[in-house]
Design a protein around this ligand. Structure first.
Ligand code: MN
Length: 739
């Protein structure tokens, strides 16, 4: 229990911060209704009550500071309210549903997005992965305000990082440098990026930080004096030329100096641009005029002039950069930009929230489509949501970011399926892929993956890719892998089949395949316009040429088949349909049941009803086991209809050349008379069914006989049931769905 004194101190502290927040909001957005911010403050005051941070401060200080950062970015009341509530779902009993009820859809949606991102562990060692994680974070959010809140959150956490134990400091600092600072950079938010980087550097590498700091401080005084002198010269010359501009100068940020030192393997006093200067002009033309004036004053360093105005950086950063050498030989860098470019460089995407009422200057055709959307939105603020969803689509439109169960990021094209995922992991994983779980749930292979999905591929040794997959994959890599496999393997099989067919045909003439000379085969092959004997065999296997015709060309004229030719071979070679059926049998790797539209999923017959070929069936995607196939008559089907999204179309595979049989259980109710069992088994035997198990119960000269027998398909079963019903003394025959 906090003492009364503590409680009063807490209230005073949070209240002061709250007043700061409201003051800043009123200054920055004088026309906005701030009711929602006040309400969010009261709400978080209630729910974070009694919680403290590692620093010992009341927890509420954190959301208040985050909201203050957002207010300084001139964000709208919805974003600031969401900032106040950003930890409420994660750290208190509050749910997103509660937030929605109290604050409406937008705030709830943003808080939900922030919570979702908080759950991802961004810790990584690999540079490549870090890039993917950054992209993923941006792809995952559909409201850019979620990212801005995460950045504000991280900024305050970094500012107060000293209160955490060293390991935590290290991990959070690393994540900041790998993920958050680059995201701030990508969104053009130079100011936040700079602070995040310096704080990250300080906690990740305290020794290195101190070294750079000491070295820079040693030169600071001298540097500042130098900058003051230069600033005066520039200001005077601009005035003389009649150009209105302001000049800013600064010592560069420690992290950017540190990076430069590392990259160029140099000492601090060798850094070109420890001192940096900025000239901020009123117009674009003035930027180039200023550049001319500066190059007139000092000698420019060749190759160091960069025109980011004509060629903006990908994050829309615009500026002219040049490095010059002063008369006493000191190099320094000057950036020249307009006020508007400056705002974009410092605040990036957040800058767009500010000019809602003001003029818009982004007519630059060079800028990307999403920036034009910003402009559109500024003109018509009636539907900000639509703007935000467009923004999301365009941030990373073509890619989804998914995870392996171990947390490795797999980048896939939009609308990619688990098959794409499998082929990205490994070719062999792709080939043997039979199913997939997304976020722990079994999904069909055609399922479209989304950013943030955790995907687990189920494989089966010996499983083979199917031609249907070509219609399901999105990446060209998987498509090529599948095509390659199909080409190689189908040809191999066709050759094998071709050889078998020739062999069978030859047997009718009592000739072994070995006796046929290669050169003779070659001759026939070239007769068909083929280059190799293998091509001829493949052609036979594919059913292009008949084995009989090919053999006729191979044999001496007048050879006739012996009568002993085997019937099967006769049948196979005479009709093209039969060839196709053999081809299918050998090629065929279908299950007895296929899922419509895709050949390969884990499919099994539901134990509750054991459907047999010919029966109406429906498939249900189970959690973790594949597709369960039920008879349409199964009582469970009605229950399963409550989750219609799990229903999936299935059909009996058309390939019925593979004999399949299913155990079916029947109960025969009949008179207990002599010879009854013999009659029953007789009917079953006549129908060429195999009895697996039989048991009889008798009472009062009545009997019930339970039989488990192998059934080929529904017709077969119906035939047997009809036969049994015809036996004198049989009253009823029932099929038991469960065996
Ligand atoms: Mn937080």
């Amino acid at each position: 229990m906090a003492s009364l004194r503590q409680q009063i101190a807490t209230t005073a502290l949070t209240l002061t911060k709250y007043r700061d927040l409201m003051k800043r909001m009123q200054e920055n957005r004088p026309h906005d209704d701030l009711t929602i911010v006040k309400k969010a403050y009261d709400y978080s005051l209630k729910y974070h009550d009694g919680q403290t941070r590692a620093s010992g401060e009341p927890y509420l200080v954190h959301p208040l500071e985050v909201a203050l950062v957002l207010a300084e970015m001139k964000m709208d009341p919805v974003a600031v309210a969401a900032g106040l509530l950003h930890d409420s779902v994660e750290d208190t009993s509050v749910t997103v549903v509660d937030i929605r009820k109290e604050f409406g859809e937008q705030v709830a949606h943003i808080v939900e997005g922030v919570t979702k991102i908080s759950k991802i562990d961004f810790a990584t060692r690999e540079e490549q992965q870090a890039e993917n994680l950054r992209k993923m974070m941006l792809a995952m959010v559909d409201d850019i305000r979620v990212v801005l809140i995460k950045l504000a959150d991280r900024l305050h956490n970094m500012r107060t990082l000293e209160h955490l134990p060293p390991e935590r400091q290290h991990k959070i600092a690393e994540e900041t440098l790998e993920i958050y600072a680059p995201i701030a950079h990508r969104l053009g938010m130079g100011k936040i990026r700079g602070e995040l980087e310096d704080l990250g550097f300080r906690f990740l590498d305290p020794v290195g930080y101190e070294q750079v700091e000491t070295a820079v401080n040693a030169r600071r005084k001298q540097g500042e004096a130098f900058l003051a002198k230069m600033e005066q010269i520039i200001t005077d010359n601009l005035k003389e030329a009649g150009i209105q501009a302001r000049v800013e100068s600064r010592i560069k940020r420690l992290f950017s100096i540190h990076k430069k030192l590392q990259k160029q393997h140099i000492a601090v006093d060798q850094v070109y641009d420890l001192c940096a200067m900025r000239v901020i002009t009123r117009s674009l033309q003035d930027c180039y005029a200023v550049l001319g004036i500066i190059h007139n004053l000092w000698r420019p360093v060749p190759g160091r002039i960069k025109d980011f105005i004509a060629m903006p950086r990908p994050n829309f950063y615009q500026s002219l950069h040049t490095s010059v050498i002063t008369d006493d030989g000191t190099p320094f860098e000057i950036q020249i930009r307009t006020e508007e470019m400056h705002k974009m460089a410092e605040e990036g995407i957040a800058a767009h929230w500010k000019y809602k009422d003001g003029p818009v200057s982004a007519q630059d055709e060079q800028r990307l489509a999403w920036l034009r959307q910003v402009v559109e939105w500024q003109r018509d603020v009636s539907d900000p949501n639509e703007f935000l969803s467009t923004l999301k689509v365009d941030l990373y439109p073509e890619e989804v970011y998914t995870f392996t169960p171990k947390g490795k990021v797999v980048v896939l094209p939009r609308d990619a399926t688990p098959i794409d995922f499998a082929y990205t992991i490994h070719t062999e994983v792709g080939h043997t892929c039979v199913g997939a779980k997304v976020n722990g749930r079994m999904v069909p292979l055609r399922h479209k993956l989304h950013s943030g999905d955790i995907v687990e591929i189920l494989t089966q040794p010996g499983h083979k890719p199917s031609r249907d997959w070509l219609g399901l994959v999105k990446s060209s890599r998987s498509r090529n892998k599948i095509k390659h496999w199909l080409n190689v393997h189908q040809r191999e099989r066709a050759i094998e089949i071709g050889k078998k067919l020739i062999e069978k045909e030859a047997r009718k003439y009592r000739i072994a395949l070995k006796e046929i000379k290669d050169e003779d085969l070659m001759k026939v092959a070239s007769g068909y316009g083929l280059g190799r004997a293998e091509d001829l065999m493949a052609g036979i296997g594919y059913g292009k040429y008949s084995a009989r015709q090919v053999l006729a060309r191979l044999l001496p004229a007048g050879a006739t088949p012996t009568i002993a030719g085997d019937i099967e071979a006769e049948g196979l070679t005479s009709e093209p349909g039969a060839i196709a059926s053999v081809v299918r049998r050998v090629f065929g790797d279908h299950n007895a049941i296929t899922v419509r539209g895709q050949g390969d999923m884990l499919v099994y017959r539901a134990r509750c009803c054991n459907p047999i070929r010919g029966e109406g069936i429906v498939g249900y995607i189970t959690r973790g086991k594949g597709v369960a196939v039920h008879s349409v008559n199964c009582p469970n089907v009605t229950n399963l209809l409550y989750e219609p999204e799990r229903k999936i179309d299935v059909e009996w595979a058309r390939d019925d050349s593979t004999p399949t049989s299913y155990p079916v259980k029947l109960t025969v109710y009949c008179d207990d008379r002599f010879g009854m069992l013999k009659n029953i088994t007789g009917v079953i035997g006549d129908a060429k069914s195999n009895i697996r198990n039989i048991a009889a119960h008798t009472a009062n000269s009545q009997a019930s006989v339970e039989i488990v027998l192998d059934i080929g398909d529904l017709k077969h079963l119906e035939q047997i049931i009809a036969g049994l019903r015809k036996i004198p003394g049989v009253h009823e025959v029932q099929r038991l769905q469960k065996i």
